[in-house]
Design a protein around this ligand. Structure first.
Ligand SMILES: [Zn+2]
Length: 149
């Protein structure tokens, strides 16, 4: 367990106690698997991964857990326009933002530390503390534009 992952777990537990919810064993297993994966995943993939080790975990439990991670700000939802909602760890790791082509579905990640700083300033000036955010620019990629002439 890395320090960053430990922080994510603390953040999640904090969220649960604020909501008056208890951490469950299954939810912890799901969170561990999600953090260990260290990349974006979707419900079916995470479910299959978990089921191998913990046959009692149900698909709906994984689904609810991921939604809860997102609500807690420890996971980010990524929508690549292919109808599949993916999730990735929202904090601890490096921020990842996306350019999504609405024609071919190509996703390009970009780093936006300048934008991030600006957002923090704007939020701060309005007395708002950011829990999570996601940047996804949707449009048409170079390749598709060239094909469209
Ligand atoms: Zn494209």
């Amino acid at each position: 367990m890395t320090q960053a992952n430990q922080k994510v777990k603390e953040q999640f537990n904090h969220f649960l106690s604020k909501k008056g919810l208890k951490g469950t064993l299954q939810r912890n297993l799901i969170l561990d698997a999600f953090l260990d994966l260290d990349r974006s995943t979707h419900i079916d993939e995470l479910y299959l991964l978990l089921r191998g080790k913990h046959p009692t975990i149900g698909h709906a439990t994984v689904y609810r857990a991921l939604r809860l991670f997102a609500a807690a700000g420890v996971a980010r939802e990524i929508n690549r326009g292919d109808g599949l909602t993916r999730y990735e760890v929202a904090s601890g790791g490096k921020r990842r933002d996306y350019l999504v082509c609405i024609d071919c579905g190509t996703v390009t990640e970009f780093d936006n530390s300048t934008v991030e700083q600006f957002q923090a300033e704007v939020a701060g000036s309005m007395g708002f503390s950011i829990q999570s955010l996601k940047i996804e620019l949707r449009g048409v990629c170079n390749h598709c534009k060239a094909q469209q002439g």
